[in-house]
Design a protein around this ligand. Sequence first.
Ligand code: SAH
Ligand code: SF4
Length: 433
Amino acid sequence: MNKHDSERVCGILENLGSRWVDSYEEADIVIFMTCCVREAADTRLMGQVASMKNLSLRADSPFKKRLIAVGGCIGQRDGEKLTEELAHIDIVFGTHNIASLPQLLMTALDDGLHHVEVLDAAAGFSTDLPIARVNDWAAWLPITVGCNNFCSYCIVPYVRGREKSRPLEEIVGEAAGYVESGVKEITLLGQNVNSYGRDLYGTPRFADVLKELDATGIARLRFATSHPKDLTDEVIEAFGNLKSLMPALHLPIQSGSDKILTAMNRNYTQAHYVSLIEKLRRTCPDIALSTDIIVGFPGETEADFEETCKVISEVGYTQVFTFIYSKREGTPAAKLHDDTPAEVIQERFDRLVGLVQENAWKQNQKDTGKLVEVLVEGASKRDAQLLAGKSPKNQTVHAKIPADTTLDELLGKFVTVKIEEAKTWYLKGRIIS
Ligand code: SAH
Ligand code: SF4
């Protein structure tokens, strides 16, 4: 969601006549798009903004001083407080008012004063704002904003507001436009895409979104994120029926312990989660699964943690995002007492990471020798001779760029790769066609 918001901000800046530069030193305007889901992101933001204070402006800048803006979730949460803590911040805006950015920039440029604008709720979707997409072949498409779930550890509902769905026709219209302009992959966005439409139509209609988007002719369709309590049979069946829906699902479990799941207010049990996985594998046997895990939620015992490890081994994930619990002021969990020593939590976390890697490696081995269609996204970070792209299962695939072509010619195109080697986090192969 932050990446999508950032593409909107970049679109606005381009519309105002700005151009891209490669470093903070060269920039007249710096906008931080922030996240406050965990404390580490908070701390990093404060450090990065603080370090801008003594950075001089380029000599030929038409500005008197560099404009510094903070947007996104931290802007929404802290508002005025940010300019009190860091006086060199010029603009603070929130999650609901990206559209105000041109006005805020112009006013701050004019009067040299701080400007803070944070709204309580969104007036609507920012669909008519300009957008500067990072890649021509891929588009993020928000279908809902906000969240109504109030998981007890999570700050998102407080900074992103209540769940709001976009009308189905509008989503289909935007997707059709992308297909026409050559986009190959659309990723639908929402904090819980499965409850899409409940506010508009009385019942969730996410399966309809998938069906209608498949009919637009898009090559690849993905979505994030799914809440296990709302994943319906119809959506599961879509993995078997819809050609464009890629065989990859991110289904955060957070913990394998029913006691912890209840304390987290997740509204499902380990058994329900595992039953969803069984259904998914019956519908789409080769589906790649990924998840999120929080380690060290208040009250988590060794036995609770072992339940989490058990699910990780049983499900066989290709990717697991692991987080140490981070106390977020204002959430119900922040009031829970916990005396588990930090070293114990860290040890569990390290054990989990080892288990995750072992499982990811095992899953990837299954694809050795297979032919995989890869959407080319760029060069490998380690070796410029290799292209990097994504398989249908969202695995990173590396392959040598053929001598008779260039990376630029391949960007955003599909190539067929024969997988010769499977590593923990990527596959390596040879282009067949
Ligand atoms: N709506 C999505 C994404 C939420 S934020 C979802 O529910 O899946 C992404 C992930 O951050 C969550 O899934 C959770 O694992 C993690 N997270 C959220 N709050 C956290 C906290 N206070 N401490 C540690 N991890 C957290
Ligand atoms: Fe946070 Fe839960 Fe909503 Fe995800 S579903 S954004 S974890 S409250």
